[in-house]
Write a protein of this length. Structure first.
Length: 170
């Protein structure tokens, strides 16, 4: 095959001209997002596969579909040696600040920030030598048990409520 015309272009996250054979994943993404927007439960899914099969490209496409549908999405790279809270806290903090617009600051967004602070303190997360901080008091009793399973579920629930309170699909 002509190397210039060959659509296969290996490289982490490099978008090919077409996501051949991935229409089922794209359709499932659109269905899941539509169900969530309608207030219905949706079954989550994970992309797994060997290095170089297109997982990052698909994740970027899923994030774009979500953003086009009014959601706020973020793609997180997970390098070795970093904990899940270290990866999530900066991204969730950014999302909460995006929800916290000056013309309409909601109680739910403020609560989201308080629970994020509780979560960060409970897992004692610092990024580099800097401790993640929010200029707000922590909420006691939610997201602060130190049990990642429980606290993460609490945190996501509160952030989802903040997004819903902003009348967005986020």
């Amino acid at each position: 095959m002509d190397p210039v015309a060959n659509p296969y272009a290996p490289g982490a996250g490099s978008q090919p001209p077409e996501l051949a054979g991935r229409s089922e994943i794209v359709s499932r993404t659109e269905t899941t997002l539509a169900r969530v927007k309608a207030g219905r439960h949706a079954k989550s899914f994970m992309l797994v596969g060997l290095r170089g099969v297109g997982k990052t490209v698909l994740l970027n496409r899923i994030a774009q579909i979500a953003e086009d549908d009014g959601y706020t999405a973020t793609v997180i790279e997970a390098p070795e040696g970093k904990s899940l809270p270290e990866l999530l806290i900066p991204c969730l903090r950014k999302i909460l600040f995006q929800l916290d617009t000056k013309e309409k600051v909601t109680v739910a967004v403020k609560r989201g920030m308080m629970v994020l602070k509780s979560f960060a303190k409970a897992v004692k997360v610092t990024v580099g030598e800097v401790e993640i901080g929010l200029d707000i008091d922590a909420e006691k009793g939610t997201g602060d048990s130190g049990d990642l399973d429980t606290d993460l579920a609490d945190l996501f629930e509160v952030i989802g409520a903040a997004a819903k309170a902003r009348n967005t699909a986020r």
